[in-house]
Design a protein around this ligand. Structure first.
Ligand code: SF4
Length: 247
């Protein structure tokens, strides 16, 4: 793993999903084979494969303090491209300290991660009722998780994290995206642990070779996404959980 400490030019960027996005890290130790953010490698001058480098924006906090005073308030996505709670966050704490600033200003925040490390910041997150936290949970099968997301924490811990966040009165959502084989079993496991669910199909085919190598081609088909997406949506609706299918 190659780590570089860099000075970024800005940190509070406009986003097409929310008003703003904050990415303290470029690169991701979670190393998902389907990751769409791997296109960013081109802009970093890294020769290492995706998953084997991270640029750490060590001036992120100074930039955020400067930029937040100049912008109108809006919802901030933490983070849009690279996981804000990847393992090196335990050392740098740039996500935590960015959240401290955003919460001090009372801005709405949407946190999105694959890591239960977010629980470390529960004290902070519960101070603002405009915070929501989403965990990406792509399958109920931890064997499948290891094939597609080799650097990520186990599924069980992510589901337990959602439960703990919700018990702390923080709004939670599960991002079942991309739907991987075994995703259909998530409705039972997430019952009572989330306020809403987002479901999406695989849109980026960087991970095709993993499907082929493990004879999982059926799970790349339109039939798989449409039938399993429909099953998930009706199971969540029956539980009274809002479910948005994004395809
Ligand atoms: S956790 Fe997200 S950003 Fe990190 S490799 Fe996986 S998909 Fe990409």
């Amino acid at each position: 793993m190659v780590l570089r400490e860099i000075y970024a030019r800005s940190i509070l960027s406009k986003s097409q999903v929310f008003d703003y996005v904050v990415n303290p890290y470029i690169g991701c130790q979670h190393n998902c084979v389907y990751c769409y953010a791997r296109f960013m490698r081109r802009f970093t001058r890294h020769k290492e494969p995706w998953g084997e480098f991270v640029d750490v924006k060590i001036n992120a906090l100074a930039l955020l303090k400067h930029e937040i005073d100049k912008r109108p308030p809006g919802r901030v996505w933490v983070s849009g491209e690279c996981d804000p709670y990847q393992p090196l966050e335990t050392t740098y704490e740039l996500t935590r300290r960015s959240l401290e600033i955003l919460i001090q200003y009372g801005w709405p925040i949407t946190v999105q991660t694959k890591s239960p490390l977010v629980l470390r910041d529960i004290d902070l997150l519960r101070r603002n009722d405009k915070v929501e936290v989403g965990l990406s949970v792509t399958t109920a099968d931890d064997g499948v998780r290891k094939l597609f997301e080799p650097g990520t924490p186990p599924i069980k811990g992510r589901i337990e994290a959602l439960e703990e966040l919700r018990l702390a009165n923080i709004r939670t959502y599960a991002m079942i995206a991309p739907m991987l084989p075994g995703a259909e079993r998530l409705a039972d496991q997430l019952n009572g642990k989330v306020d809403y669910v987002l479901v999406d199909r695989m849109n980026y085919h960087y991970g095709d070779w993993v499907y082929r190598k493990h004879h999982l081609e059926y799970a790349m088909s339109h039939d798989f996404f449409f039938s399993k997406g429909k099953e998930l949506a009706s199971a969540f609706t029956e539980q009274g959980i809002e479910c948005r299918v994004l395809f």
